[in-house]
Design a protein around this ligand. Sequence first.
Ligand code: GLP
Length: 253
Amino acid sequence: MKVIVAPNYEEMSKIAAKEIAKLLYVKPNAVLGLATGSTPEGVYRELIELNKAERVDFSKATSFNLDEYKGLKGDHPQSYRYFMNSKLFNHVNIDKNKTHVPSGVAENIEKECKEYDESIEKAGGIDLQLLGIGTNGHIGFNEPSDFLNLNTHETDLTEDTIKANSRFFDSIDEVPTRAITMGLGSIMKADKIILLASGEKKADIIAKLVEDKISTRVPASMLQVHQNVLVIVDNAAASLLKNSSNNEIEYVK
Ligand code: GLP
């Protein structure tokens, strides 16, 4: 696991956006795995600017998002489809038909999940997967548990996650309690993974992710066995990392 510590959120976002731009330059038809949450918003803003300046081209790219709330239609302002459209897709030259977000309202969820994994395979697999991390160590909506799922599946959200995500809803009662998420297997199959974290509230989980033993109680810790993971954090999220770690840590000024 390589860790880059950026001085602040803006720099962290720029470094990640550059990685995506670099990939699209060498492989214009790359398959991107995308994430929601507050953390990647800066990356998307940066990509929009780069796209306007014609320094990144999405015209041949395909994307697959990690997850979606169960029960929310794509036009619901809190759905992840809506988030992706408004924060990125509507502002860059990506073909919307090639952007994928699991449906939270599919009649047959099991079938939807199976077909989602099949579409990823058919597209050639994910070249670069962008991830945020929950304070409880979840990635996508793979929540801490005794057992983790390989494939895209329907899942319960933990109380921590419902509470954390209630900031986007009018009241906590409106937060869906279930979601569809890519599984750990779908995520780990990506050629390259970039995990982002910003702020002091992520410091504890970043230290666990990078330095603790692998545990299903910290789903993100599974990334330790992936060959090509880049963790990009700001100073605050890196504040509990010990220098004694076995990982390569680069501090960017
Ligand atoms: C959500 C998403 C995750 C995201 C996480 C952290 O629940 N399902 O993909 O990484 O929360 O969000 P934030 O970046 O807002 O802290």
